[in-house]
Design a binder for this molecule. Structure first.
Ligand code: THU
Length: 130
């Protein structure tokens, strides 16, 4: 699947977001090595800190279905500019997906593509626990 197709799935995934407090919809589309796509939206909770981002929704869905090999994640937000994954999501993605491609799409449908390691250099990981 090409980057644009995956990114447009992230835009679609904004529809399944549940952000009643911020009203900021984020969609994520996580692509496995086999070509399957898992969608996620941000889900906000009245006790705000319990909110989960779209990226983590997608990766936890996939991981809990047994997926272990990932290629890329696409992210779409509600602001005009690119929606960059938050620090917590960067760590979760690095741990569970490895150094995948991160594809961001803005409201003009332009793409920005980075490796996760560019967003989270010198990442902590299981290697540091040994
Ligand atoms: N959010 C995401 O879902 N992903 C990001 O990469 C950044 C922020 C969500 C969390 C919260 O529901 C809303 O956006 C505003 O921060």
């Amino acid at each position: 699947m090409d980057n644009r197709t995956l990114a447009l799935k992230a835009v679609e995934a904004k529809k399944i977001a549940h952000p009643p407090y911020s009203n900021f919809h984020v969609g994520a589309a996580l692509l496995t090595e086999e070509g399957k796509v898992y969608l996620g939206g941000n889900i906000e909770i009245s006790s705000y800190s319990l909110t989960i981002c779209a990226e983590r929704t997608a990766v936890f869905k996939a991981f809990s279905e047994g997926e272990r090999n990932f290629k890329a994640i696409a992210i779409a937000g509600d602001a005009p500019d690119f929606c960059s994954p938050c620090g917590s999501c960067r760590q979760v993605l690095m741990d569970l997906c490895g150094d995948i491609d991160v594809i961001m799409i803005n409201q003009k449908e332009e793409l920005k593509v980075l490796k996760l390691s560019q967003l989270l250099p010198f990442a902590f990981g299981d290697k540091d626990l040994k």
